[in-house]
Design a protein around this ligand. Structure first.
Ligand SMILES: NC(=O)c1ccc[n+]([C@@H]2O[C@H](COP(=O)([O-])OP(=O)(O)OC[C@H]3O[C@@H](n4cnc5c(N)ncnc54)[C@H](OP(=O)(O)O)[C@@H]3O)[C@@H](O)[C@H]2O)c1
Length: 428
């Protein structure tokens, strides 16, 4: 039998489900793959904690380094999360010639370049299918299946919590705070939701998608991110009237200024495939000249879907161990120009509260014009002596759009820039 010894770093939501699946479905996996996958030991923080899985004959330890060094462990699965000590342990395994499977986007986004290089030096695999999109196969399609495609843009709803909140706000008119509370009650959002609602979690995933999509390493510090905390039900309603949905997107694209990755809320035309993605579902939309458009959608988190992705990587790495060959890296990264966000072309939706008097529109149009931003459409609603103006601009460099906003903000006739959200559509 083709026996592979597995050491697990972590046995929480993902690790616990994985152990359960490896034990319960051992015979089915063996029948399908010819592999006898044996969990040898598990490293956790608190070994006295009650676990929702049976682990007969499996050692439970707090000594993660010894687990990695154990000669009975052929393959290491890292599902502990965070960078420290996960990074050091993953590096230790790779340097010892053991393949590693990880679900840790934070680790890959921050240290992926050096870890992938270490894997290459040792000729073993470092696989991280579960790091983006949970149960959605996206890492392998992007880095292997589509390796021959000249990808132009990857856009993703890569954070289920924020998509759930925005869906509730748009479908039921729920206020942001109430939608966040509902997400917490249903277990979609952590008690401290900052990483999700600030866009930081999505930024780590966007960095990985950009790196794989364009074959150049995009570090986290090259992914500007804005979250959804300023999005209001009012803007969701106005956007819907204009034919848009509001989504938090990770966007990676090959622009004339270089490779760019960013995360922010966008107005997306309601007929765009990503606009239809509701609730906690994740989706990644890939564009290229030959494939035109591809959409991958499904559960972006949760023990079971994520464990399926991890299990697929485990089976892949186990096959390579048994083949006994030096593993070629899945993808190579070459240095490339990374775009400065200021030079990336963007479009904006701006909601202004203005004095309802003659000449206001002309002053605002002039302010945009002085920043070389042209206006695509204007919609006005008056209420007594104040009016609401909704402006959608044409595409211009991000710096020009920011300059236009600043000029508008300084006009005496503008009481408030109530909202400014980028628009993502194929029109110029
Ligand atoms: N949950 C999801 O839906 C999901 C989806 C995609 C990707 N991921 C990624 O998968 C990874 C694991 O997530 P999770 O939700 O399973 O986390 P979790 O439930 O918090 O589990 C973490 C596990 O790691 C152990 N651990 C943490 N620090 C440790 C240390 N220093 N030494 C030894 N053990 C340690 C914990 O031990 P104790 O049990 O003793 O506390 C626990 O068993 C993360 O990188 C996450 O981003 C998760």
């Amino acid at each position: 039998m083709n026996t592979i010894g597995i050491g697990l770093l972590g046995a929480g939501t993902v690790g616990g489900t994985l152990i359960h699946r490896l034990v319960e479905e051992h015979a089915a996996i063996a029948a399908k793959t010819g592999l006898d996958l044996q969990v040898r030991s598990i490293a956790v923080r608190d070994p006295s904690k009650k676990r929702p899985f049976e682990a007969p004959g499996i050692a439970i330890t707090t000594d993660a380094k010894s687990l990695v060094d154990d000669p009975a462990v052929d393959l290491v699965v890292e599902v502990m999360g965070g960078q420290d000590p996960a990074g050091e342990l993953v590096l230790r395994a790779l340097e010892a010639g053991k393949p590693v499977v990880t679900a840790n986007k934070e680790l890959i986004a921050a240290q992926g370049s050096e870890l992938i290089a270490a894997a290459e030096r040792s000729g073993v695999a470092l696989l991280f299918e579960a790091a983006v999109g949970g149960g959605i196969p996206i890492i392998r399609p992007l880095s292997e299946t589509l390796a021959g495609e000249r990808i132009t843009r990857v856009m993703g709803i890569v954070n289920g919590t924020t998509n759930f909140i925005l869906s509730r706000m748009s479908e039921e008119g729920t206020a942001y705070e109430d939608a966040l509370q509902q997400a917490q009650d249903l277990g979609y959002a952590e008690p401290d939701p900052t990483a999700d609602v600030s866009g930081a979690d999505a930024a780590a995933k966007a960095a990985i998608l950009a790196s794989l999509g364009f074959g150049t390493w995009v570090g986290l510090d090259h992914v500007p991110h804005t979250g959804i905390t300023d999005i209001t039900a009012t803007d969701i309603r106005y956007a819907a009237n204009l034919g848009y949905s509001i989504k938090l997107l990770g966007i990676a694209e090959d622009t004339s200024a270089g490779v760019s990755a960013r995360v922010h809320p966008v107005l997306l035309p309601t007929d765009h495939p990503l606009a239809a993605i509701r609730g906690a579902t994740n989706a990644i939309f890939i564009e290229g000249p030959a494939i035109d458009e591809l959409l991958f959608a499904g559960p972006g988190a949760g023990g079971d879907p994520t464990a399926t992705a991890v299990l697929g990587d485990v089976i892949d790495a186990a096959r390579e161990i048994l083949a006994g060959a030096q593993v070629a890296p899945r993808i190579r990264f070459a240095p490339s120009e990374l775009a400065d966000f200021g030079s990336v072309p963007t479009k904006w939706y701006v909601r202004l509260e203005v004095a309802d008097e003659p000449g206001v529109l002309a002053q605002i149009a002039a302010a945009f014009g002085e920043a070389a931003v042209s206006i695509k459409s204007v919609w006005q609603e008056g209420t007594d002596d104040e009016a609401t103006l909704l402006i959608v601009t044409h595409r211009a460099k991000e710096t020009q759009q920011q300059e236009a906003l600043e000029r508008v903000r300084n006009l005496d006739c503008v009481n408030r820039v109530a909202a400014a959200i980028r628009v993502e559509s194929d029109e110029s």
